[in-house]
Design a protein around this ligand. Structure first.
Ligand code: SF4
Length: 410
């Protein structure tokens, strides 16, 4: 889709701004990581002395994030004199977001009632993030006449299509996701295209079980609402809206949990209404994006090896990073760090996220004896930040980055 303003000016960009080659060098300078390149050419392994770092084979920037960041740089290049706004964060990475701020991009942050677009003027440029925005926000922005650069990832658009088809066919969309996440909010809003269509969001299997208990008649609607206060959209009536269900998921959830939830909801409907009922009244579709799936599979593969620790790099609010850390934590001591500087080699400590909040662990790598550390990064982490993390892991063991390069070359 392209759009034109009154003076024939293009006001909607969805496939780039024609300046890809022009920003390539700048992007490479800002985000390439030498140590990561070295890891790649060295079978994803760097060893120096008795310290080994193993990188998962799929990690870091995904195609959707690369494209979103690329379009943001292109926007700055194409409109050097205009005010540029971003709806929320382009991706959940503090380093990338700081770079954009330094380029003069202003972040619009949501208030309790959502985004306030009153500051936007028709000659402003507004970038939509890779997670997309709600239908309401999209329409508001288009009505303002400003230039919209839409970086919504194609994989997110696929989920939207799925949810839209459920809504069109009269099924309630049950979305495995985080109710507060931009992507899930945008996905749920797709049902608004069809009057009367409804959506419900469950965060994990535990919440899905509550819904299933209601479907199977084990708990009343009141208890359902009490236990899942944030799950329902406006006007949701559990008695009416949990009879015909289509399951989809936020693209970055734990794939195995999404599949299990789809299956569990189908079973609950079958128990309540009989197996034949499912054909017309239940659908489930795995809408995990391939980049998320590939990263989760690569981590599963890496975890088959003996590892002393696993470091997962990515924003604390990055859904796909949290999923990766959850997989690792089942097998090995895992440290989800927001950025390389969470590792303090001098103090021998690491600052990391836990489900209870951020904490600092000291002596996380033993000072003596051989150590193997696994490493991966969420889809919004650039290679230079992964490389810095590698350097700090080695430094914690008293190995300088220069020595790593030399040791590997020998
Ligand atoms: S994580 Fe998946 S859906 Fe999200 S931007 Fe990346 S490729 Fe797209």
């Amino acid at each position: 889709m392209t759009g034109e303003g009154e003076a024939g000016q293009v006001t909607y960009f969805r496939k780039g701004l024609g300046l890809k080659a022009e920003v390539e060098e700048e992007l490479a300078a800002d985000y390439t990581g030498q140590l990561v390149d070295l890891l790649r050419t060295n079978e994803y392994t760097l060893t120096a002395g008795d310290t080994t770092v193993r990188l998962a084979r799929e990690f870091g920037f995904c195609y959707g994030v690369e494209r979103a960041v690329d379009y943001a740089y292109q926007s700055r290049r194409k409109f050097p004199d205009r005010r540029i706004y971003l709806v929320g964060e382009i991706i959940h990475n503090p380093h990338v977001n700081a770079k954009l701020r330094a380029m003069g991009v202003t972040f619009l942050l949501p208030g309790p009632k959502g985004f306030d677009f009153s500051v936007i003027r028709p000659d402003d440029v507004v970038i939509l993030p890779a997670f997309g925005v709600t239908i309401g926000d999209f329409e508001s922005l288009r009505s303002l006449g400003c230039i919209v650069v839409d970086t919504t990832c194609g994989s997110v658009l696929n989920v939207w299509k799925r949810v839209e088809s459920y809504a069109r066919d009269g099924l309630t969309s049950l979305i495995h996701g985080k109710y507060y996440h931009e992507e899930t909010r945008a996905t749920a809003s797709q049902t608004l295209k069809y009057p009367g269509a409804k959506s419900i969001v469950v965060r994990n299997m535990e919440e899905a079980e509550v819904v299933c208990d209601f479907i199977e008649g084990k708990i009343a609607a009141e208890e359902l609402r009490e236990r899942l206060p944030n799950a329902f959209d406006a006007g949701f009536d559990p008695e009416r809206d949990l009879k015909r269900i289509g399951v989809a998921n936020q693209t970055t959830m734990l794939a195995r949990e999404s599949l299990a939830i789809g299956q569990r909801v189908g079973e609950a409907l079958a128990r309540r209404y009989g197996q034949e009922y499912l054909a017309e009244n239940f659908r489930t579709f795995d809408t995990i994006c391939s980049a998320t799936q590939d990263r989760q599979d690569a981590v599963d593969e890496l975890l088959r090896e003996p590892l002393d620790a696993m470091v997962v790099v990515g924003g604390y609010n990055s859904s796909n990073t949290i999923s990766l850390a959850a997989i690792c934590a089942l097998k090995v001591p895992t440290y989800h760090i927001e950025d390389a500087d969470c590792i303090d080699p001098e103090a021998g400590s690491i600052r990391h996220r836990t489900p209870e909040g951020e904490t600092v662990s000291r002596g996380w790598l033993s000072a003596q004896g051989p150590v193997r550390v696994g490493l991966t990064a969420g889809a919004s982490t650039p290679n230079n930040k992964i490389g810095e993390t590698v350097a700090r892991i080695f430094a914690t063991r008293g190995v300088s980055p220069e020595f790593v390069q030399t040791a590997t070359a020998n």
